[in-house]
Design a protein around this ligand. Structure first.
Ligand code: FEO
Ligand code: CA
Ligand code: CA
Ligand code: CA
Length: 628
């Protein structure tokens, strides 16, 4: 693909383009020597209490075939390389809502050839669905869902020029199709659909006014041309994964915000903090040409108003979204909440960039059902994870004492603070999931082509080892941790690897994957991660779907289910070629799964003659049984 076509790339592909993998290097031979498959597995045995759990499944059995299917209500399906979705026998899928579907009756119908018009663009379901959560409000089912980014080649088929918006109107159209949709859904004769014109329906875009709260609110670092007081922010950007608070609000997580900003002054010198966060002179969408807000040579603090966790009340369409700066600023993937035994709220969060960090926030106040929750996400401590080789770990507090930074600086430049305390550089932390039926949490580490061969943007080393045991890791793994004293607020934990993705037909070393990866279930790049009410771990992938080379036999992106007790993993769903499977929630009766298909290729799901449409699908059992 030409560089000029870069907006047709996924975010991952664009990032690879901008930060290419270095040529061969000295580390390769070191890794070959250190990471034979046998060596890797015996290393795992040495791990702490978690290894005992793994030992019953992954390591105690002599072959993958010894894993017994016990908890899966479906027969696993093979890989696919075609342009549609596949689910197991006895299950069916159907689109529920697609890019461009009207939320309000005053929106124009979607045009399969030209897409969405500017006038309708904030009245329809946006593009590139990602994190998704469902809420029950009285008799209503409300869904909040992210629109991570837009493909300009898809959204601007008429005017698209060199992958960037050609006019201010183009830029506005793109801005409107991102952000968040809140919508009421209902099941009719034709299946699940949006309740058009429901009073709960709402679009939140890159222009919706938001509040800033917590330590950075009002600080000099967030004072902008539009708000010299630094108490508000304009819109939300690159809304990736999601979260749900115990009190029933939606958390949307701002990931690759840096790409929306550029400079009309090509000679502008970047600050170290801008460089650390990837804010640069060349914007991905060209917005800076049309609006000073996106031009860091004119409004240098505007990027500091992005990169946060945003709380939205899905039951109040007039509410102002809140950016909680106490939860730190980085490329937020998702936000997984837990309640400590004493009632404090814990929020786990990954920073999805090569060799950045895994964080948690612990509130000072305690959650009381029905009580005041307004301070819980503003008043507390941000921690960052340090993993030790022996299977233990520590959450390091980011405080003025530990970092030499003010509370506002720790919030705005959390990466810098985390580097200061010596956190563990990770293989791109994507979604975190908290188990509902054991005191444990899991994080998908999607891949890291620079592990062991280049430092992160802050200069931190990326040693091979611990939860990141493979150099130039192109397959990814899932780490899980068990908080000390069965308390998510405790600063200590033990950890192990739940799975290491790999390709056992191509490799016989660590790159073949852990023992619960077989020729029959293999995948790469775990990303979305949700644990259902029965404790099954649902794994969604966003990886290389070429089905060639190191990825041969892995097919399109997919969704698998894992049993944490035995380690076994079965493939449940395959997505259309070119697309990513991301975002999962359930209907109130747990008889339908809502699953996101992002940036599909071809003509998914409408067929010949239509632009490809990012879609939330509904999956159910043909016997209408429970599904999670
Ligand atoms: Fe938006 Fe890291 O996925
Ligand atoms: Ca994505
Ligand atoms: Ca993701
Ligand atoms: Ca990803």
């Amino acid at each position: 693909m030409k560089d000029s076509d870069h907006t047709a790339l996924s975010w991952d592909e664009w990032d690879e383009l901008k930060n290419p993998r270095p040529e061969g290097n000295d580390f390769d031979s070191v890794v070959d020597a250190a990471l034979s498959r046998r060596g890797f597995l015996s290393g795992l045995v040495a791990f702490g209490s978690g290894a005992a759990v793994m030992g019953t499944g992954l390591l105690g059995s002599t072959s993958a075939q010894a894993l017994q299917a016990t908890r899966f209500a479906f027969s696993p399906i093979p890989i696919a390389t075609d342009g549609t979705v596949h689910v197991p026998e006895g299950y069916s899928w159907k689109p529920m809502v697609r890019w461009g579907d009207p939320l309000f009756s005053d929106a124009e119908p979607f045009d399969p050839a030209t897409g969405v018009t500017l006038t309708s663009s904030d009245r329809v379901f946006g593009e590139n669905t990602d994190g998704i959560e469902s809420f029950v409000h009285g008799t209503k089912q409300i869904i909040a869902v992210n629109h991570e980014y837009v493909n300009t080649t898809t959204n601007l088929p008429q005017t698209h020029a060199d992958g960037v918006a050609a006019t201010a109107e183009d830029a506005q159209l793109l801005r409107n199709l991102q952000g968040v949709t809140v919508m009421e859904v209902a099941q009719g004769e034709d299946g699940w659909a949006v309740v058009v014109d429901s009073p709960y329906n709402r679009r939140i875009t890159q222009d919706t006014e938001m509040m800033l709260t917590g330590p950075a609110a009002g600080s000099d670092m967030v004072k902008t041309l539009s708000d010299p007081d630094g108490m508000t922010a304009r819109g939300t950007m690159n809304n990736c994964g999601s979260g749900k608070t115990p009190w029933g609000t939606y958390l949307t997580c701002e990931e690759n915000f840096n790409g929306y900003f550029g400079s009309t002054d090509a000679a502008l010198e970047l600050t170290p903090e801008q460089a650390r966060y990837g804010v640069g002179v060349e914007g991905r969408y060209g917005y800076e040409k049309f609006d000073a807000r996106f031009d860091i040579s004119q409004d240098p603090n505007e990027p500091n108003t992005q990169g946060w966790i945003v709380e939205i009340d899905p039951t109040d369409p007039d509410s102002t979204p809140i950016k909680h700066t106490a939860l730190g600023r980085f490329k937020h993937e998702n936000a997984a909440c837990a309640i400590a035994p004493d009632g404090r709220v814990v929020v786990y969060m990954g920073d999805d960039e090569r060799s950045e960090f895994l964080y948690k926030f612990v509130s000072n106040d305690v959650y009381v059902p029905g009580g005041d929750t307004s301070t819980l996400l503003d008043d507390g401590t941000l921690f960052v994870a340090k993993f030790l080789e022996n299977g233990s770990g520590q959450w390091l507090a980011l405080t003025p004492d530990s970092t030499g930074m003010s509370p506002a600086e720790i919030a705005v430049y959390s990466r810098v603070a985390a580097s200061e305390v010596g956190a563990t550089t990770m293989d791109r932390p994507e979604w975190v999931a908290v188990s509902p039926n054991e005191i444990a949490a899991y994080c998908a580490l999607t891949n890291n082509t620079k592990r062991g061969i280049a430092p992160n943007a802050g200069g931190d080393e990326t040693p091979v080892g611990g939860p990141n045991p493979r150099a130039e890791n192109e397959y990814g793994q899932i780490v899980r941790w068990y908080p000390a004293n069965e308390d998510h607020a405790d600063p200590a934990f033990t950890w192990d690897l739940y799975v290491m993705a790999g390709n056992p037909t191509k490799h016989d070393d660590a790159y073949s994957g852990s023992r619960n990866v077989t020729a029959g279930n293999m995948f790469n790049s775990p990303d979305g991660l949700v644990i259902d009410s029965t404790g099954l771990v649902w794994i969604q992938t966003d990886g290389d779907d070429s089905n060639e080379g190191d990825f041969e036999g892995q097919g399109n992106n997919q969704m698998l289910a894992g049993d944490p007790a035995t380690g076994e993993i079965h493939r449940f769903l395959t997505g259309p070629n070119g697309g990513e499977v991301t975002g999962l929630c359930w209907s109130a009766d747990k008889r339908t799964m809502f699953i996101g298909i992002q940036h599909p290729g071809g003509n998914f799901p409408d067929g010949e003659g239509s632009l490809p449409r990012s879609t939330v699908i509904a999956v159910s059992r043909d016997d209408n049984g429970l599904i999670g």
